[in-house]
Design a protein around this ligand. Sequence first.
Ligand code: PLP
Length: 386
Amino acid sequence: MIYCDHNATTPLDPSVLEAMLPYLAERWGNPSSPYRFGSEVRLALEQARKRIADCLACLPAELVFCASGTESDNMALRGVARALREKGRHIVTSVIEHHAVLNTCKALEREGFRLSYVPVSSAGVVELDELEASLCDETILVSVMHANNETGVVQPIEQIAALTGSRGILFHTDAVQTMGKLPISCSGIGADLISISAHKFYGPKGIALLYIRTGTPITPIVTGGAQERDLRAGTENVAGIIGMTEALSLACEHQESEAKRLGGLRDRLEHLVLDAVPEVKINGADATRVPNTSNMTFAAIEGESIVLGMDLRGICLATGSACSTGMPEPSHVLRAMGLTARAAQSSVRFSLGRSTREADIDTIVGELQAVVSRLRAISCIGGGPA
Ligand code: PLP
């Protein structure tokens, strides 16, 4: 199998698994228990928090562990909205956010908040002027992702942080797709809240975090015990936290070299595909992208058919975000970039990762050429612009 869908999830790094095993087998105590069997686990958990804080250049007390990137996004949006509802009821986000953010925004609209959805350019970049124009006295929060999961397009978050910071508006960024792909430091990003999820960088599923800058007003959305300084109740997923810590530390250590290597392989993939397959367009090619992602439109065929055809040849690709698989609608991200519904449905995402080698790229291109020409021969969609 050639796995080329690392934006959906990544395999567990062997050293991450090794770090986790003692906390599943022998050291399974509850970190809140008063006896040593518990307090030793608490110590390991707090050491892990410190290690992550060092990697992200923030304070350990600014990190809250939770169960998923989705929960982290929910905590940021709902938590700030609830804490500041008396100050203002306007929230700004972009049209290309992950559903973890977009559907939470829809839910907040039903709770009486007013939402502005900022458009993107044809390259997939959030329109800064429109974002700035949408800010008003009532605005309490802006949430714009660090990089898009479907196209890999990096968003101007430093500029957004400057716009919000000078107006006293809070800024959240969903950095789920950038950890390990771009250099990440909390102060460098400049956001007040940052969401990160372990399974996107060779850590386990079911563990994530939210960075909350000291002093940021936030109300918990999961209530119960006093874990995570009253911000996220529930017995901690200790093995998950230990695994995420190891994975995050590896991701930071190898980020620069991996970004260089994957960027080279992604460029090779795009050049070879453009040479070998007619009528292909690369979405977001004019923007800065994370180095591992390429989203391509193949005129006159369904992306879904390409994914199925490639699967039969042992290659894993995606049509968009994994969460939208099975949904009939074309990608909201590609539509927002101006693609027609048909072109959006003719698109495929390639996301490379640590296991990807040059030979894999060559195999992918060879198989893709065969699958696309076969599908085009039997296609009833017809030609026309991608
Ligand atoms: N945000 C982005 C940009 C994502 O790509 C994803 C997952 O695909 C999520 C949030 C949700 O993360 P999780 O799968 O950990 O809930």
